[in-house]
Design a binder for this molecule. Sequence first.
Ligand code: SF4
Length: 301
Amino acid sequence: MNGGVEPVSVNWHIWPWCNYRCRFCFAHFKGICTPLSMNQAVKIPEILRKAGTEKLTLAGGEPTLCSHLREVLQASKEAGLTTMIISNGTRLNKTYLSTIADLVDWIALSVDSASEQVEKALGRGDGNHVALVREVAKRIHEFGIRFKVNTVVTSMNWGEDMRSFVAELKPRRWKVFQMLPIKGENDDSFADLATMNGQFEAFVARHECLNPVKEDNRAMTDSYLMMDPLGRFFQNTGGSYGFGPSILEVGVQDAIQRAGWDRRKFLVRGGHYQWRPGGKVIADDKEIFGVLRERGREIGC
Ligand code: SF4
């Protein structure tokens, strides 16, 4: 890297569309009709790697709906990146997983409750998401892919005890997010689903024995290097998205400077953890390799 800020971990929302309709979703990309072509998309990993990126997380929308996801993962591995996808799990059947298993280091599944009714009411699927996650988590373990769980805390699940369910899923890392309001993305639902004072913290405290990586609204603001389906970094400063130019047009450093990123907040929230065995870690973090499982056993859940 030639000076500037090292974009060590990038979340690329590679695909703008999803087959779920989560009411708290903040990743709709309504203005994008045509994402990057495969030929354009496969250039991104090498460009990021040369700028200092170590880990590339592919999100959406639902990234497995992207027909060239495998090609982008392949390009990422050729560039030397640690790879992760964040998925709702609906397309992660055995056949699909076998096509990407050698190219993906981590898979994160999103699930917010052990109750099918709650997930359905949140828009996370049609009433079978919990069963799906149980099944897909097992499959991910069978393929030997590192597994993570993402949970969004809202007014509908803050009082739930998810210890037993999460321990059963055996993730290496469990991330717990406070529902984040973003203008133009989830305004309609925020009044219904926002957590009130102390509710997010109560959820975290109830699950402390599983050592979740917790992110409230403040921790999530400006602390992610997020890239949209067109290769543009964007930030959530002030509660709405601001997009910079594409890295394909101006390069990574210029694109980061114009979109903004708070690297200190990224480190403080534990964004640089040991995602690769033996990898260096810039800051202390809440990494929990193996710990979550042990804690789960200790409390008998
Ligand atoms: S699964 Fe993710 S991308 Fe899809 S609607 Fe839900 S939060 Fe949004």
